[in-house]
Design a protein. Structure first.
Length: 79
């Protein structure tokens, strides 16, 4: 599966409010850097915490991905 496919699946799971499925897309040692909350750590802990909290606190929260850009090697780049 390409990284773009993985990102699309992540946001599909987010729309379905399925934090377990979101976290399952990360490797066991996968980490996140959630800049708005200055939160860093393993996706299995930090990711589960922040995404679960956002879904609980904002029941009408939605995300709309309007475009995804990857490089020639299939990696998603910042900026």
């Amino acid at each position: 599966m390409s990284l773009i496919d993985t990102a699309e699946q992540f946001f599909t799971h987010y729309s379905n409010r399925d934090v377990d499925a979101m976290v399952s897309l990360f490797t066991d040692d996968g980490t996140i850097n959630y800049y708005p909350a200055d939160l860093r750590g393993r996706a299995s802990e930090a990711g589960r915490g922040i995404w679960g909290a956002l879904i609980d606190v904002f029941p009408d929260l939605t995300n709309e991905v309007t475009a995804t850009y990857g490089s020639a090697d299939g990696k998603i780049r910042d900026g």
